[in-house]
Design a binder for this molecule. Structure first.
Ligand code: UGA
Ligand code: MN
Length: 302
């Protein structure tokens, strides 16, 4: 047998050498981590007792009155995009309508967050400029909340706030309101004819109101400026928004008077020095060129 030259032998062995190197290398990758040094809890790995899961935060119930108009779906989309990012938020959407609309029903089904869809129409006689809005809808939300919880034993953690569909809410606001014990308050931007309104705080207590409009109100605050604990809502079963004698801008005061006092209020947002919610209002949409009769070949929900 003719002997192979050494160089040929080496060349033939090279692929096998490479295979051995790769196998060794992948074995070290899979190898268990080296045992910890003695004195450092070393030896056989012991099952560490798991830390108990953090307690889940109290749910936040947001009551939103809403009514049919060209911008409704856009407003609800903006709101849902915010609310979806808030842990344990339950949206109570109350339509100002005689029945649930298809548009809102479809929207709720795809909103991607826990949602209760109610409806109640505002009586025709109250649909006039100069009269408070959404009284019946907020009360329907309150009634649903009370009915759902009344037979459950206390304590029932939870925080309620009224989220109009056209406002702008920062995520930080939810963080602040989550710790509401009874009734908490904070500034609201772009409201009352000013850049902001706010409760004035001294030594951690509300002592007055910075506002450009009717400073004589007992609680000179917008609907977007406070939250109430579920416990307070349940222990004051008769507290509702009233039609009789209520003027626009007084609804908040009339409601808060029934459940708390100014001295009791809990200031949030760094002693009411930060604006975390804005009373934005969407401009009335221009539909001047909208045809009288449907001209398009398709029917599109807007
Ligand atoms: C201000 C306050 O911020 C509101 O909380 C208060 O309800 C309102 O005044 C009032 O006058 O009663 P403003 O921006 O003038 O707010 O009111 P809108 O945003 O037009 O309405 C407040 C909420 O009620 C909205 O969520 C809106 O969708 C709803 N709404 C309005 C109805 O459900 N039905 C209506 O006919 C009008
Ligand atoms: Mn508004």
């Amino acid at each position: 047998m003719k002997s192979l030259p050494l160089s040929r032998v080496l060349l033939l062995l090279l692929p096998w050498a490479l295979v051995v190197i790769v196998v060794l290398d992948s074995d070290t990758a899979r190898a268990p981590p080296p045992a910890a040094a003695p004195g450092n809890g070393g030896g056989a790995p012991r099952a560490r007792p798991r830390a108990p899961p953090p307690p889940s935060p109290p749910p936040i119930y947001a009551i939103t009155p809403t009514y049919s108009r060209p911008v409704q779906k856009a407003e609800l989309t903006r709101l849902a995009n915010t609310f979806r990012q808030v842990a344990r938020l339950h949206w109570i959407l109350v339509e100002d309508a005689a029945s649930r609309s298809e548009l809102v029903s479809r929207f709720v089904a795809g909103a991607g967050l826990p949602c209760t869809h109610l409806h109640v129409p505002t009586p025709r006689r109250y649909k006039r400029p100069g009269l408070p809005r959404a009284t019946e809808q907020r009360n329907a939300g309150l009634a649903w909340l009370r009915q759902r919880h009344q037979h459950l034993p206390p304590p029932q953690p939870g925080v309620l706030f009224f989220a109009d569909d056209d406002n702008t809410y920062s995520l930080e606001l939810f963080h602040e309101m989550r710790t509401t014990r009874k009734v908490s308050v904070w500034p609201v931007g772009l409201v009352g004819g000013r850049r902001y309104e706010r409760p004035v705080v001294e030594n951690g207590k509300v002592v007055g109101w910075y506002t450009g409009w009717r400073a004589d109100r007992p609680f000179a605050i917008d609907m977007a400026g406070f939250a109430v604990s579920l416990q307070v809502i349940l222990s004051h079963p008769k507290a509702v928004f009233k039609r009789r004698g209520s003027q626009p801008g007084m609804q908040e005061s009339d409601f808060l008077k029934q459940i708390t006092t100014v001295e009791e209020l809990e200031p949030k947002a760094n002693n009411c020095t930060k604006v975390l919610v804005w009373h934005t209002r969407t401009e009335k949409v221009n539909l001047a060129n909208e045809p009288k009769y449907h001209l398009d070949t398709v029917n599109i929900e807007v």
